[in-house]
Design a binder for this molecule. Structure first.
Ligand code: ATP
Length: 254
């Protein structure tokens, strides 16, 4: 499953938000999407998900232009994993995960044995099958994020978009989620994950895509492009890297 964004520009009204953004995602790689508040990360996600249709340029997923696909066709190609949220109704974990199978069913069908097995399999892949019959709303934030990832896995697409999956998680759960996501990439998933923590990108991502003011500021292997200069450009932060290159050490921030 491939994604190629070419000369993508998008405006809300007259204000340009994305300008001539081009990159492609290769298979089995974890991409960190970096950028300051307002840089255009969510807008980029919305374009890729067909929600901002009036973009210029092209977004080709698996050979098709995104805006030419119906939502159902798109959900066979891309799974979106939102930040944790609380559903209006009470659902078990299994029911939440089964929601990821609805695009495979006809309008009147309910999930059956196949879908149930797939949902349990997805929970197993993430090591959370013991949660299957718990009330989703009563799980910890880290567990809920894992359930939302499981829901994406049953969509049976290999392209996952993740919107700040570690936001609002404690330190341990941030690492657990990132570790699980990296394992999925090793299993062949292509993942574009937005994050406000460049250390997460440095520790977990194969490649970095960075936006600054709606333009592409970097696109390349993490070790090559994630540099003190890029952190200065993106966040106005002076930083050095540890001598082994594994840790970002911010300097005084004014
Ligand atoms: P954050 O990290 O804070 O979530 P972001 O990188 O996701 O930010 P976007 O949400 O894509 O940034 O916003 C990019 C710009 O577009 C911002 O200036 C924002 O105010 C503007 N914007 C976003 N949504 C709309 C909208 N619906 N109408 C008008 N302007 C918008």
């Amino acid at each position: 499953m491939s994604l190629t964004v070419s000369n993508l520009s998008f405006s809300y009204g007259t204000a340009p938000v994305l300008q001539n953004v081009s990159f492609s995602l290769g298979e089995g790689q974890l991409y960190a999407l970096l950028g300051a508040n307002g840089a255009g990360k969510t807008t980029l996600f919305r374009c890729i998900l067909g929600l901002n249709e009036k973009y210029e340029g092209s977004i080709i997923v698996d050979g098709s232009e995104v805006r030419s696909l119906t939502p159902r066709q798109l959900s066979h190609r891309i799974a979106y994993i939102p930040q944790i949220h609380y559903p209006a109704f009470q659902y078990s974990v299994l029911e939440m995960v089964l929601m990821g199978t609805t695009h495979r069913l006809s309008a009147v069908a309910s999930p059956g044995k196949w879908e149930n097995n797939d949902a349990l399999q997805a929970l197993q892949t993430l090591g959370i099958e013991h949660l299957a019959h718990r009330d989703y709303g009563k799980l910890s934030g880290g567990e809920q994020q894992m359930v939302l990832i499981a829901r994406a896995l049953v969509q049976q697409t290999k392209l996952l978009l993740m919107d700040e999956p570690t936001a609002s998680l404690d330190y341990g759960n941030q690492l657990r989620v990132l570790y699980a996501v990296r394992r999925l990439a090793r299993d062949g998933y292509t993942i574009l994950l937005s994050t406000h923590n460049p250390q997460h990108a440095l520790s977990y991502a194969d490649r970095v895509i960075a936006l600054a003011g709606g333009t592409l500021a970097a696109d390349g292997p993490t070790q090559e492009v994630l540099s003190p200069a890029l952190l200065k450009t993106l966040y106005g932060v002076e930083a050095v890297f540890s001598s082994d290159g594994r840790y970002i050490l911010p300097q005084e921030v004014l």
